[in-house]
Design a binder for this molecule. Structure first.
Ligand SMILES: C[S@@+](CC[C@H](N)C(=O)[O-])C[C@H]1O[C@@H](n2cnc3c(N)ncnc32)[C@H](O)[C@@H]1O
Length: 322
C-alpha cells in the first residue's frame, strides 16, 4: 500500500464466513478430502455475494492469499451495520443452496484500524501486453512515476467489479490482448456491467468506440455512471438498466462476466446482437462449466477463438462468422 488510507466517520461491519471442519463440532462439517471441492463452492459463494449491493467488499483468504494463516479457506465480507443482518441471512441461504457447512461470525467495529483493514486487499492492478498497459487503482493509492498512461480509478462500492476478482481480471487481460492485436471495435457492449469496470476499460483501450454498459440491476447502472464520471468517461458510455433482451443494437465486441445460469439461456439473443466477425468475451465461468457454455454458444453459431484460465475460473472468446 502506498499511502495511508483516509478514514470515514461511519462504523464498518464484517461477516466472517468459515467452512466448518468435520472435527469441529457436530460432525456435520467437511473433512479434508472434500476441501478442494468445497473451496470452489465457497469461491462461487464469494462471487455471488459480491454482487449483493450490501457487500462493500469480499476478501477470500486461503493458502495462496498473502497473509493467510489458514489452510481452510474463509471469506470476510465487508458491509455496514445496517446491511449485516440481511447479508448474513443471504449467506446462510447461499450456503444451504451450495451445500456448504458454514460458521458465520458477524461483527460491528468502529476503530480506525478495522475500518481500513479491508483497503489493503485492493492493490493496484496492471494488465499488460507488449505495448498496451492498463492500470486499475483505488483512489486512495496515488499514481507513481512510471505508472501506465491508461488507467481507471475504481473504489469498491455498491456493485461488483474492482478488478480484484479472477473473472474480471480475465476479461481485462483479454481486452488488453485484443487492443494489442489491433482490434478497433466501433461498438462495444458490457452486459452485466456492475461497477462499469469492463465498459470503462473498453472506453480507455478503444478510444474510437461507442460503449454501452447494461445491467439488470439499476443500482449497478447508477454505480457505473458514478465511476464513468470519476474517470472523465461519462461522454463515452451509454448506460442502460436492461438485459440483453431489451437491447436492439448490434456490437463488434460484447463482454459478459455473468454466471452460466444467465449466459446459457441468453446465448441466441446475445449472438444476435453480434455484428458479423464480432467477438464476445464470456467470463464468470468455472473451468468445469466451460463445455456447457461452449455448447450453447456453438449452437448459436459462435466459434471458440481463445480461452484463458485463472485459478478455477475461465474466460472464453468466441467469434461470429465474418
Ligand atoms: C459478476 S458481476 C460483473 C461485474 C463487472 N462486469 C466485472 O466484470 O467485474 C455480474 C453482473 O451482471 C449483472 N447481471 C446478472 N444477470 C444479468 C442479466 N440477465 N442482464 C444484465 N445484467 C445481469 C449483475 O447485476 C452483476 O452486476
Amino acid at each position: 500500500m502506498r499511502e495511508t488510507a483516509e478514514t470515514t466517520a461511519e462504523p464498518w461491519a464484517t461477516l466472517l464466513v468459515q467452512l466448518r471442519g468435520r472435527s469441529d463440532d457436530d460432525g456435520a462439517g467437511i473433512d479434508l478430502g472434500e476441501l478442494a471441492e468445497a473451496s470452489e463452492r465457497l469461491e462461487a459463494l464469494a462471487t455471488l455475494i459480491a454482487e449483493d449491493p450490501r457487500a462493500a467488499g469480499v476478501e477470500t483468504r486461503d493458502t495462496s492469499t498473502l497473509g493467510s494463516r489458514c489452510e481452510i479457506p474463509e471469506l470476510t465480507i465487508y458491509t455496514t451495520p445496517d446491511g449485516l443482518e440481511g447479508l448474513t441471512a443471504e449467506v446462510e441461504r447461499l450456503g444451504a443452496e451450495l451445500h456448504l457447512p458454514l460458521r458465520l461470525t458477524p461483527a460491528v467495529r468502529t476503530d480506525d484500524d478495522w475500518r481500513d483493514t479491508w483497503k489493503q486487499f485492493y492493490a493496484p492492478l496492471v494488465f499488460s501486453a507488449a505495448t498496451t498497459t492498463l492500470l486499475v487503482r483505488p483512489s486512495w493509492i496515488d499514481r507513481r512515476p512510471g505508472d501506465p498512461e491508461l488507467e481507471l480509478v475504481l473504489d469498491p462500492g455498491r456493485a461488483f467489479g474492482t478488478g480484484q476478482h479472477e473473472t474480471t481480471r480475465l476479461c481485462l487481460e483479454l481486452l488488453v490482448a485484443l487492443a494489442e492485436a489491433g482490434a478497433r471495435p466501433d461498438r462495444v457492449l458490457d452486459l452485466g456491467c456492475g461497477s462499469g469496470i469492463l465498459a470503462l476499460a473498453a472506453a480507455r483501450l478503444f478510444p474510437q468506440a461507442a460503449v454501452v454498459a447494461a445491467d439488470n440491476d439499476p443500482e449497478a447502472a447508477d454505480t457505473t455512471a458514478e465511476n464513468a464520471a470519476a474517470n472523465g468517461l461519462e461522454d463515452r458510455l451509454e448506460i442502460r438498466a436492461a438485459t440483453v433482451l431489451e437491447l436492439s443494437d448490434s456490437f463488434d465486441l460484447i463482454l459478459a462476466n455473468i454466471r452460466p445460469g444467465v449466459l446459457i439461456p441468453i446465448a441466441g439473443d446475445l449472438a444476435r446482437r453480434l455484428a458479423p466477425g464480432g467477438a464476445v468475451i464470456l467470463s464468470g465461468v468455472l473451468g468445469e462449466e466451460a463445455e456447457d457454455v461452449l455448447a450453447a454458444y456453438g449452437a448459436a453459431g459462435l466459434a471458440l477463438a481463445d480461452r484463458r484460465d485463472l485459478a478455477e475460473w475461465c474466460a472464453l472468446v468466441l467469434r461470429a462468422a465474418g
